[in-house]
Ligand binder design. Structure first.
Ligand SMILES: *[C@@H]1O[C@H](CO)[C@@H](O)[C@H](O)[C@H]1NC(C)=O
Length: 389
């Protein structure tokens, strides 16, 4: 009997211990559950914070991309401006002799840079209402043979003068003046002419006579345009053409470093530089001050070019063809962008002896005065109206 009591007591004891264990385990479980739910909460919060961060990063990256792009564009702009400034500085240095240090005001450079940019970008404003373009060459007339293989002859391109001028050779200083084309043709050689001696020798065949002034190209260290007053027999002005590293403007005429032209709009300079030596460049020149009004890089190649002229603000470049003695206008550049390119005429010159040493347009007569192997030739042009677009 006593043994049974002990057993019951033992069993009770065991049950109580068991209960305590269960309680303990339950508490632990609850605690673990609490921590798990806390982790859940935290993870969810982290995840949403991460998402937000990612979104912020993405939008900041986009902004950075945009900023990078503007920065790149700014840098490009600065680069070209620095190039220009360097060129201007080089030019200024050549002007001032070799100075070790050129102290130039930033504002001044800025102004010059914008000035050059404007000269290249601005729309050309016409001086005349002329809108002609060449249709064809109607006739060729050989007037005379005088002088050497290379030279230039022209009438004064102003309305009032009928005088004719002969520039024989590519580096002389004596111009022969005739009272009229008739005097020139009936003169035995140059006997009926008056001689004008220029203060310096000319270079090439790129000269013009305009309003009783001779504008001729000189080449010393720099390329210059000199303006000589025929009436007073004196030099009026001489200006360095503000472009560096000239190369002869036409590949087939190495003596002509720069070609001047007169049209209905006034005075032009046709030139080429080492920086852009595959193509011909064009500048509008103020005939009074010799300032450059505007400049253009054309798409006309120098290669195989023998000459060019300007009519109504359009440059016509003449090239040699494979057939001997045949040349033709093969590239046209309109400063007003009026002419449709398909409309650019393929004008052939009549067959001749050699290659043109010079081609000078006369806007009063719509004639081309050409020098070809010592022959003085006139071409009569037929015009048509440009197509407005
Ligand atoms: C014309 O120039 C050439 C050199 O190019 C020379 O030989 C010739 O004598 C000159 N003619 C006249 C008439 O001055």
């Amino acid at each position: 009997m006593r043994g049974l009591v002990v057993l019951v007591t033992l069993a009770c004891l065991a049950t109580a211990q068991h209960q305590a264990l269960i309680d303990y385990l339950e508490r632990r479980l609850l605690a673990i559950e609490d921590r798990i739910s806390l982790w859940h909460e935290q993870t969810a919060r982290y995840a949403s914070e991460l998402r937000e961060l990612k979104q912020q990063m993405v939008s900041q990256l986009e902004n950075l991309d945009k900023e990078k792009e503007t920065l790149r564009m700014n840098l490009d702009g600065v680069g070209t401006r620095v190039d220009r400034v360097e060129r201007e500085l080089d030019y200024l240095e050549t002007q001032n002799g070799a100075q070790p240090c050129v102290d130039v005001d930033d504002k001044l450079i800025e102004q010059q840079v914008t000035l050059v940019e404007e000269k290249q970008k601005a729309k050309y404003s016409k001086h005349s209402d002329c809108s002609d373009m060449i249709s064809t060459i109607k006739a060729m007339k050989i007037l005379k043979r005088v002088g050497g293989p290379k030279g230039m002859w022209t009438k004064d391109t102003s309305r009032s003068s009928g005088k004719v001028y002969v520039f024989n050779g590519t580096e002389e200083d004596t111009v022969y003046e005739f009272g009229s084309v008739q005097d020139f043709t009936r003169s035995a050689g140059l006997s009926l002419s008056t001689e004008l001696t220029l203060p310096s020798a000319w270079a090439g065949t790129g000269h013009v006579v305009y309003n009783s002034y001779v504008y001729y190209v000189r080449q010393e260290e720099e390329v210059m345009v000199a303006k000589y007053d025929i009436k007073s027999r004196s030099m009026t002005d001489s200006a360095v053409f503000p472009v560096q590293d000239h190369v002869p403007v036409y590949s087939l005429s190495p003596e002509t470093v720069m070609d001047l032209a007169v049209d209905e709009e006034g005075l032009w300079a046709i030139y080429s530089t080492r920086q852009n030596d595959r193509h011909i460049s064009l500048a509008k020149v103020d005939a009074v001050s010799l300032d450059i009004e505007q400049m253009w890089d054309t798409n006309c190649p120098r290669e195989n070019a023998e000459g060019a002229f300007v009519i109504c603000g359009t440059l016509y470049v003449v090239y040699n063809t494979k057939q001997p003695g045949r040349s033709r206008v093969q590239c046209v550049f309109d400063v007003n962008d009026v002419m449709v390119s398909e409309e650019a005429p393929l004008v052939y010159f009549p067959k001749r002896y050699g290659s043109h040493a010079s081609l000078k347009y006369n806007p009063q007569e719509q004639l081309l005065y050409a020098w070809d192997d010592g022959y003085q030739i006139l071409y009569k042009l037929i015009m048509k109206k440009k197509l407005e677009i």
